[in-house]
Write a protein that binds this ligand. Structure first.
Ligand code: PLP
Length: 393
């Protein structure tokens, strides 16, 4: 029988200018195209492939689960070992009282669940978020995202959302007893890696506690070791009321989670029951992959080396054409003189075998976020190409 023709145009596009690499396979820190060209992955599929590609402990765990069972029931109805083991492992890394995990399919769904939970638990509707934030692309998450250029075409969005300046203590006055929740990326990712001060984070925690406002920290991009801590909030010595995770959590499989103390989370199970419903949330194969990923992070002590690897890359990237380099762990925003300069550098890197990427809300910077277990020699190799690109500006 003749092979059916592959028709790329059958796929919806998200923009008129996709990268368009023809992918064949991926292993370790490299992605290979159909012609056999190797690309050093300095983007990790946007902070997803924290353990690189094709890790056999992960693929074996996936295969084992595939042989046991796939989907058997909507989330929450059955006891599924894969979910229970992952929930137990994940909460073992979390401080008290974050002891209940609701597994979903994506980052944006985790934020949807968290926002609904905050409204249901507090009985309030006001939400405070931050300018330039990104929380996802579905209606609720988009409503609390701060980039107007991504929102204007989709109004009306959620009412009762206020935006305040990131890292500005005075603006915390906006939070009051009327506020259901504050949602914040612990480190703003798509705004170009913006790191708040410890003073700000502690003041935010105090203000939320005083007003009985739930603090939702979105660690979908910055969590799971990316900052050199399992969770970014740990570096500030605070604990959120609700934590949202995604991206790297699934070790390459689609998975998100929102996590809260039992007392809060339980509100979603009554009045009305089934306060959040998800058919595929906590898919057993995704859970098996995520559990293997957590075990690797723990056993191979990967997070311990994140800061050193980040510092090495930062040292190698010193260049006169860099206006500012913002970094936390292995998450970098490299700011250049203009968006055109960014496009030139990213293009040169792609053409020369290094994958970096843009930010949604920061056109004058480009993103570098390699796998957390990248080798030092690959860090040097990637840095050389970036420096070559910067030399050509
Ligand atoms: C901080 C943050 N929150 C939420 C999301 C949305 O995640 P997803 O694309 O899995 O829906 C993203 C995605 O980039 C993100 O960076």
């Amino acid at each position: 029988m003749k092979e059916p023709k592959t028709n790329k145009s059958a796929l919806a596009q998200t923009s008129p200018f996709p990268i368009g690499l023809n992918i064949d396979r991926a292993k370790g820190s490299y992605i290979y195209d159909v012609e056999g060209n190797a690309f050093l992955d300095f983007a990790s599929g946007i902070a997803v492939s924290a353990l690189g590609h094709g890790n056999t402990k992960i693929t074996e765990a996936i295969k084992k689960q595939v042989d046991k069972h796939l989907h058997v029931m909507v989330y929450g109805e059955f006891h599924q070992k894969a979910q229970i083991e992952l929930g137990t492992k994940l909460t073992s890394f979390l401080p008290n009282p974050l002891d209940q995990v609701y597994f979903v399919n994506s980052g944006t769904e985790a934020n949807e669940g968290a926002l609904k939970l905050a409204k249901r638990y507090t009985g309030l509707t006001e939400i405070i978020s931050f300018k330039n934030s990104y929380h996802g692309s579905t209606h609720g998450s988009l409503s609390v995202s701060g980039n107007e250029s991504k929102k204007f075409a989709f109004r009306p969005l959620l009412p009762d959302v206020k935006f305040i300046e990131f890292n500005d203590i005075e603006q915390l006055q906006e939070i009051s007893e009327k506020t259901a929740c504050v949602i914040m990326e612990t480190i703003q990712g798509d705004a170009g890696v913006r790191i708040p001060s410890t003073e700000f984070m502690r003041a935010l925690r105090i203000k939320c506690t005083e007003t009985k406002t739930l603090l939702i920290l979105d660690e979908i991009q910055c969590g799971m070791g990316r900052t050199g801590f399992m969770f970014a909030f740990q570096r500030f010595g605070i604990v959120p009321d609700i934590l949202t995770l995604g991206k790297a959590l699934g070790s390459g499989m689609p998975m998100g989670a929102f996590i809260a103390p039992f007392e809060i989370m339980n509100a979603l199970s009554n009045n009305p029951p089934l306060g959040h419903i998800t058919t595929f949330g906590g898919h057993p194969v995704a859970c098996a992959a995520a559990l293997a990923g957590l075990e690797i992070l723990e056993e191979e002590e990967i997070i311990k080396n994140v800061e050193n690897k980040g510092a090495l890359l930062e040292t190698l990237l010193q260049h006169v054409n860099i206006v500012e380099l913002r970094r936390i762990g292995l998450l970098f925003a490299i700011e250049l003189s203009s968006p055109t300069a960014v496009q030139k550098v990213v293009k040169y890197c792609h053409e020369n075998g290094v994958l970096s990427f843009w930010f949604l809300s920061c056109p004058e910077s480009f993103r570098v976020a390699p796998p957390l277990n990248i080798s030092n020699s690959d860090i040097k190799k990637g840095a050389e190409i970036i420096v070559e690109a910067l030399d050509r500006l």
